[in-house]
Design a protein around this ligand. Structure first.
Ligand code: ATP
Length: 195
């Protein structure tokens, strides 16, 4: 069988370790390096922007610039996670344009009640995740973008209320077409901030 025979140009030959700026070939070492550097970049002022596709890419570039040479650039290979096959690379640019045009046409979700905002934001996040624009770092970029979007829409998030496991499970369900759990998870982040 040849399912895994296509080599991933993002990885060191014969491994599943992503090529990185430090040349680390050990996954645990790369994980630690990536975690530390992205956390440092997260604490810096984030790139300003108009919540556009370019802005989204700039946020990924900012967070991952120390780790990957392709930071901020869309992936060129197919990827999946636990049976979820994300957008094929040849459609990423057009799907991102559509999704962000839709966001712009909804006035970046401004002027909504918390409930309306949570509804639309959950749907947006589900679509954004289904595209999975980057080879790695989609979850962190989604969350940073969502934080900025929510703030500008007048519904700042309470990230202390984030339950990562529940959020992940909700994202996976949303990929399968059920957005109810994601809706609740997003609502909690919005609502707990109003306490
Ligand atoms: N089986 C799945 N189906 C759909 N989406 C998934 C699945 N597993 C994880 N995800 C989502 O993929 C994103 C993580 O993608 P990726 O690994 O590229 O990002 P990361 O920032 O490196 O990881 P993390 O979010 O774990 O820090 C998260 O939004 C997560 O909810």
């Amino acid at each position: 069988m040849f399912y895994d025979a296509v080599p991933d140009p993002y990885c060191y030959a014969g491994t599943t370790v992503l090529k990185n700026r430090l040349g680390l070939r050990d996954q645990a070492a790369l994980d630690a390096f990536e975690h530390e550097l992205t956390a440092q970049r997260f604490d810096e002022p984030l790139p300003a922007g108009r919540l556009s596709v370019r802005h989204y890419q700039a946020l990924h570039r900012h967070l991952f610039q120390d780790v990957y040479s392709w930071a901020g650039r869309f992936r060129t290979v197919r990827i999946s996670k636990a049976g979820s096959m994300f957008c094929y690379p040849e459609h990423i640019a057009s799907e991102m344009r559509k999704l962000f045009l839709d966001l712009k046409n909804q006035d970046l979700f401004r002027g909504l009640t918390p409930g309306e905002f949570a509804d639309r934001a959950a749907h947006f996040l589900a679509d954004l995740n289904a595209i999975h624009a980057f080879r790695e770092g989609n979850g962190r970029t989604q969350l940073v973008f969502f934080t900025v979007l929510a703030l500008q829409a007048g519904h700042p998030l309470d990230l202390d209320a984030l339950d990562p496991e529940a959020f992940l499970a909700a994202m996976v369900k949303s990929f399968r077409g059920d957005e109810a759990a994601l809706n609740s998870a997003v609502s909690r982040l919005v609502r707990s901030n109003r306490k």
